[in-house]
Design a protein around this ligand. Structure first.
Ligand SMILES: [Zn+2]
Length: 164
């Protein structure tokens, strides 16, 4: 028995009516989204899109990291991205717990010291979003013609609110 057997079985069903074969990989709706890894978020569904439409970059807290910028630059120049959403969310663990508390919880789960593990906690979610949007706007390889929006996704209502 393999830990992934159920998923591989589901994948065989998925492939039966697979329609994305030969797809070019560009963002058909011209959109890139940076959002959190949170399992409550359906990045495509929440804006009415489907696979093939957008580039999605996820990490804890929806932060615009170096890796996120790398993805956005590739998206804009090679994959037809012409607008960018940065979408953190309500009740995000990295925006509501301190690094110390996260380390404590992980240490407890791991049964060993986790105080050396860095967690990029967000002390002020609104300020972090403003900084992240600015980080994209000021990137020399992201043209000014690309609109960049900062949003907050409410995991209890499914609604997006534009903040920036
Ligand atoms: Zn989150």
């Amino acid at each position: 028995m393999n830990s992934f057997d159920d998923l591989l079985a589901a994948n065989r069903d998925f492939a039966v009516d697979f329609a994305l074969g030969g797809f070019d990989g560009v963002a058909h709706a011209g959109l890139a989204i940076v959002t959190c890894m949170d399992s409550r978020i359906d990045p495509l569904g929440m804006v009415g899109l489907a696979p093939g439409d957008a580039k999605i970059f996820r990490n804890p807290g929806a932060r615009v990291t170096e890796a996120a910028l790398e993805a956005l630059v590739l998206g804009v120049h090679l994959l037809e991205v012409d607008r960018i959403m940065v979408v953190p969310h309500t009740r995000c663990a990295v925006a509501s717990l301190s690094e110390g508390e996260l380390r404590r919880q992980v240490s407890e789960s791991a049964g060993q010291d986790a105080s050396w593990q860095t967690f990029h906690v967000i002390e002020d979610q609104a300020q972090a979003l403003a900084e992240d949007v600015q980080r994209v706007r000021s990137h020399p390889l992201i043209p000014e013609s690309v609109p960049i929006g900062g949003f907050l996704y409410d995991v209890d209502t499914g609604l997006l609110t534009q903040k920036l």
